[in-house]
Design a protein. Structure first.
Length: 365
């Protein structure tokens, strides 16, 4: 028996939660078109659902609508942009077959298309840019994108100093400016600390084995033209935008909605902490200064997520956290002097895998 899911334009978290895991059959076909896409920061969350589908024993295939092969040398027409992404690479990785809309030919194109996309990533030192979105992509065997390696032959997570140097041009290209301000510097610190945490903890399963799959960082931007209620934005983001614009003297300026996400296929932040406390309490505690999986004071101890939260407050951003099955948020534009604000519980999901941590903030042209 086979079920189908068509990824439509601006797919929401609510839509994924409602349809992707319910009534799963032995086989599942994802229909992908050039319009297939996700709402702001939802792509990172979708990775955990793919992992859940595979863990439940369902075999995935992909049907690429309106895509045709020009020749046998990896040239295609109508190629969907969604495949040039972390989600696209993960979907290609976990699927069994990829079929083109080629008038009935039944060739499996998984190898050719997977190589086609991954080659583009490697040719760009582990990054992909597509106008309003920029990716830095990692996977099993490619734990740190080459762009972020201080020594190309050594796979260690970069220092903050080198990370700033490496990611600076990407953020400049997104901003369309010649230099970065205070807010962008805070952003780089936030991404570095969240990504380092994902590098240390988000690539391992419960048995401490490396997870085969894709993860990474992606940045997005949208220019508003006086319309806050856009299909690209989840309701939570619409509410945040409306509130911030109302409080700022930006009536005559163009507002840019910026987003940064770090996502992985790990077991969830709360599940890396050794405590018998309720899951949501553990998730909240992970964002306090000094909380870490390692013994505090030991050489192996990291910084935890507390410092990342402090850096994010400098952006007066909306923080959105999906950790395993828990969803939480925190509006950092409210009472920015309060460094102990707890995360707000949003909902509980039906998946048990993956972490996606996002910031959304506003700037003006």
């Amino acid at each position: 028996m086979t079920s189908e899911i068509t990824i439509k334009k601006n797919t929401s978290l609510e839509g994924i939660e409602k349809y992707w895991l319910h009534n799963l059959l032995e086989n599942l076909v994802f229909n992908i078109t050039q319009q297939s896409s996700f709402q702001l920061f939802v792509e990172g969350i979708s990775l955990g659902y793919l992992e859940e589908i595979i863990k439940r024993g369902t075999t995935i295939s992909i049907n690429l609508k309106y895509v045709k092969a020009v020749n046998e040398e990896e040239d295609f027409t109508g190629f969907p942009p969604i495949l040039h992404s972390i989600f696209g690479l993960e979907l290609l990785h976990v699927c069994k077959c990829v079929y083109l809309d080629d008038g009935g030919k039944n060739k499996n194109w998984k190898s050719e298309i997977g190589n086609y996309v991954w080659k583009n990533v490697l040719n760009n030192a582990g990054s992909i840019s597509s106008g309003k979105k920029v990716y830095l992509i990692s996977r099993h065997g490619y734990e740190v994108p080459r762009r972020l390696r201080e020594d190309p032959a050594v796979i260690n997570f970069p220092t903050l100093s080198f990370f700033k140097t490496a990611i600076y041009p990407l953020i400049l290209s997104m901003r369309g400016s010649k230099e970065l301000g205070f807010a962008e510097t805070a952003l780089i610190e936030w991404i570095h600390q969240i990504a380092e945490n994902a590098y240390q903890h988000g690539s391992m399963d419960n048995s401490k084995k490396t997870i085969d799959g894709y993860r990474g960082i992606y940045l997005q931007k949208y220019i508003l033209n006086n319309e806050v209620q856009r299909d690209e934005f989840p309701v939570k983001v619409q509410e945040y935008i409306t509130k911030v614009i109302k409080e700022k003297p930006w009536e005559s300026k163009k507002v840019i909605v910026n987003s940064a996400t770090v996502c992985d296929l790990g077991i969830g932040i709360q599940n890396t902490l050794t405590s018998s406390a309720p899951s949501f309490d553990l998730l909240n505690s992970a964002f306090k200064d000094g909380v870490t999986q390692k013994n505090v004071g030991s050489k192996e101890a990291g910084y935890g997520l507390g410092q990342a939260l402090n850096a994010a407050k400098n952006l007066q951003a909306l923080l959105y956290v999906v950790s395993s099955n828990l969803v939480a948020s925190l509006d950092l534009s409210i009472d920015t002097n309060n460094r102990t604000s707890p995360l707000k519980f949003e909902m509980e999901l039906s998946k048990e895998h993956g972490t996606s941590i996002s910031l959304v903030w506003l700037t003006v042209l």
